[in-house]
Design a binder for this molecule. Structure first.
Ligand code: ATP
Ligand code: MG
Length: 144
């Protein structure tokens, strides 16, 4: 039923749970699993607030994202999924939606919370925006 699944990780343990759920579905459906890790350009926003950024901040963000991506990629390859990894820049929700459009994905899988963990709200901003704007079905895995 599903042929192309897109899932996102911000490197958090909860996102890993969502990616594992996506991988289980991908294996069941013999689908291609595209894992995306998006680095958002926070530097401008932080600079506007007067927050000092280390000179290699962007570089270290990319490094962390690449490490998280390959770690989770390896994990779900072991489950037998056909994995493709995407390290992208931009706003996470917008970028995940754009990738799903470009790949003609039929399912997006994300966790209900990410890096910020348990908060006041059940949904993080990424699943919230994806639920509203996705070009395909969406699975929000309850990871918290
Ligand atoms: N940068 C990202 N790249 C790829 N996927 C992401 C990214 N950020 C979040 N996601 C996906 O969205 C899910 C929920 O994360 P989200 O960031 O919305 O929650 P949060 O960090 O708890 O809250 P906030 O809205 O304050 O960031 C994650 O489990 C992951 O699947
Ligand atoms: Mg977040």
């Amino acid at each position: 039923m599903y042929e192309i699944i897109v899932t996102g990780t911000d490197g958090s343990d909860t996102a890993t749970e969502a990616v594992k759920a996506a991988a289980a579905l991908a294996v069941t459906h013999n689908a291609d699993l595209h894992i995306v890790s998006v680095v958002s350009p926070m530097s401008a926003a932080l600079a506007a607030q007067g927050a000092p950024l280390p000179p290699n901040w962007t570089e270290s963000q990319h490094q962390e994202a690449a490490t998280a991506l390959s770690r989770v990629g390896e994990l779900v390859r072991d489950l037998g999924a056909k994995v493709h990894e995407h390290a992208l820049d931009g706003d996470p929700a917008t970028t995940i939606i754009a990738l799903a459009e470009r790949l003609k994905a039929d399912l997006i899988v994300v966790g209900n919370r990410g890096m910020k963990g348990l908060g006041r709200f059940v949904l993080g901003s990424v699943p919230n925006r994806i639920a509203h704007h996705a070009p395909c079905s969406v699975l929000i895995v309850r990871t918290t």
